[in-house]
Design a protein around this ligand. Sequence first.
Ligand code: ATP
Length: 311
Amino acid sequence: MSLAAFPGSVHVRAPGKINVYLGVGGRHDDGYHALATVFQAVSLYEDVIATASDEFTLSVSGVEDTSAVPLDDRNLAMRAAKMLAAATGYEGGVHLEIRKSVPVAGGMGGGSADAAAALVACDALWGTGLHPPRMHELAARLGADVPFALHGGTAVGTGRGDQLNPALAHGRFDWVLVTSEEGLSTPAIYARLDTHRSQSGALADDPPMSLDVPIPVLQALRAGEPRSLAASMFNDLEVPALLERPSLDGVIKAGLSAGALSGIVSGSGPTVAFLCESPESAHYVQSELMDAGHAALHVHGPVSGARIITA
Ligand code: ATP
């Protein structure tokens, strides 16, 4: 199929995520860990504009430093476009313009959001009309967090984090994010977790190869109660992230003393996500953290996944 559905450009927006809960089990032979996680899509977005072209080209800009983002085939958005072309037999190319707001290597799935946005944008631009289950399949091949960036909302991820089931979430949750100038490598944080577990005897038994999200997390989301959610938030990657970046401990303490209900490292960090009681409380926590010299953003969730803004 090569009939372009949209002759010029397609603009797609996809959200970053917070892991409200992240339990990490044992390591499979392929290197992936068994996970049980709850993702929530938040109102910090990546914008991808796909423009018709004979070649595959890419440009990246952002509110923060984007020099760590690869511009070649290692870029997840580029891989997504090429994978879609190969899967559908599309013979042309695309220029992808990525405008990043999600911090690079921040534990918020920015690259995964770019990949999800590129899939949706190219599918619309090229008129390839991929069915949703096939789109989900391509997304899962690109990375464990990509299917969630397609769907958005609040979802439970099991297996390697890519087996998604929507979670009922009532109302809106207000978060303050403290971002760091320098990212953390996700593989390095998992490696630290493995070393820490084996050296410290942190687990009495071998880590489980299949995990569940604790019921209180799901109940708090369903009830829309930030206080209950704050009491049940947890991240197994927090210990290795703090070992790698000890200064994050001070960030968590600063947010809590400013009035956040709870603070947690998001994914593999270094972004710290503070859950607040209300929009007003989040506004106060944000300004206190900024006065103390931190880069703090007020976002809310859940928001929808990758969607077309204009064509
Ligand atoms: P994870 O999804 O593992 O939690 P993250 O949110 O911590 O990742 P990302 O910003 O998604 O971090 O990217 C991590 C690394 O992936 C970057 O350091 C970069 O080398 C590579 N990468 C590939 N494509 C992209 C992209 N489109 N945007 C950002 N990084 C990308």
